[in-house]
Design a protein around this ligand. Structure first.
Ligand SMILES: *Cc1c(COP(=O)(O)O)cnc(C)c1O
Length: 357
């Protein structure tokens, strides 16, 4: 039996996609083998690679002067790849709004004069700094920020104002809402939250930024080399790319990103409204900065939190334990979480509150 899986990542995938993959598992399009067992230089896989790329371009409305790369190493590898490719003057500013943002900054420090332009660490990352009032330094190569903070449950609803190249980590909210790609020099995302199984990282980068990497940049991390080779410089993560293609087809059939955004707003509003109207559950993120994807909340005590997670699991609502840095619970409600899952969660929350008040 399928459960409602609220894991932050790797996370739930659309059931029709899993069924489709199952059908293809032993014989992909009459080749007599699965997509996992064939050459990445052969026609069937090359077609998958091309279609996945084209569909992501279509879904996100990515202009032609941007390259779309499928790489490995997770979003964490990009914490290094970004400065190695873009920090031509070895100077960049970071906005630190969570744990991953801080890690990106710390990794950047290895490659140059990086500075924190704004941070919400003072309030345990419960808000997003006012982007209109952030002062960036002169002569920086880029500004880096985390579009959606997976652990703390906040997101940027406005983009920082700067003439410098904007770089953003969209690991946990890519394809969840409409974004204007043109405003960014580079967007990256690990696929295992909102797209595909773990093992694939997406990089969307404006082509004029390519080929300026630092001399010590490893070949495998060079965006220009991945771009010239259609992400097939070495063996790519074939299976996650195939799964991404199926997810992209599925999203397109559902009406694309605008349709997902509408559903995501509806799901998040239902859950936040319920929490805000309850005297039992609390979410401490600044209202206007709340994530549509990751909803952390607590009950009145640590013991009740543990009881909640245990009983929710027994009711088919799994992986609700909060991140160790925050505690309590966290419901990750990515694109693949159906609205019924959120309704079931709210029903369970009501019942649990009545029994434990
Ligand atoms: C999960 C996550 C990461 C880390 O991703 P890996 O692929 O495990 O390296 C980085 N940034 C954000 C915003 C995330 O949600």
């Amino acid at each position: 039996m399928r459960v409602f899986n609220f894991a932050a990542g790797p996370s739930t995938l659309p059931l029709p996609v899993l069924e489709e993959a199952k059908k293809d598992l032993t014989d992909y399009l009459g080749t007599g083998m699965s997509i996992m067992e064939m050459s990445h230089r052969g026609k069937p896989f090359m077609a998958v690679n091309d279609e996945a790329n084209a569909l992501l371009r279509e879904l996100m409305n990515i202009p032609d002067d941007y390259s779309v790369l499928f790489v490995q190493g997770g979003a964490s590898q990009q914490f290094a790849a970004v400065p190695l490719n873009l920090a031509v003057n070895r100077k960049a500013d970071y906005i630190v709004t969570g744990n991953f943002a801080k890690k990106a900054y710390e990794e950047g420090l290895k490659y140059g004069d990086m500075a924190i332009a704004a941070s919400s660490e003072d309030a345990k990352y419960t808000y997003i700094p006012d982007v209109k009032n952030i002062k960036f330094r002169d002569g920086i190569d880029y500004v880096h920020f985390t579009h959606n903070n997976t652990i703390f449950g906040s997101r940027f609803t406005e983009i920082p104002e700067t003439n410098a190249t904007l770089v953003t980590d969209m690991s946990s909210d890519i394809l969840s809402e409409v974004v204007d790609v043109k405003k960014f020099g580079l967007i990256y995302a690990g696929a295992q939250k909102n797209i595909a199984p773990a093992g694939l990282t997406i990089v969307i980068v404006r082509r004029d930024l390519l080929g300026k990497q630092l001399p010590e940049c490893p070949t495998m991390l060079r965006y220009d080399i991945q771009d010239k080779n259609d992400s097939l410089y070495n063996t790519p993560p074939c299976w996650p790319i195939y799964m991404a293609m199926l997810v992209f087809r599925h999203l397109k059939a559902l009406g694309g990103v605008p349709a997902m955004q509408k559903i995501n707003e509806e799901k998040a509003a239902m859950l936040y409204d319920f929490i805000d109207n309850s005297s039992f559950y609390t979410n401490s993120v600044n209202k206007k900065d709340r994530s549509l994807m990751n909803v952390p909340f607590v009950s009145p005590s640590v013991d009740l939190d543990a009881k909640f997670v245990k009983e929710a699991t027994e009711n088919g609502l799994v992986s609700l334990k909060g991140h160790r840095l925050v505690g309590g619970m966290r419901a990750s409600i990515y694109n693949a979480m159906p609205i019924e899952g959120v309704k079931k969660l709210i029903e369970f929350m009501k019942k649990f509150e009545m029994e434990n008040k």
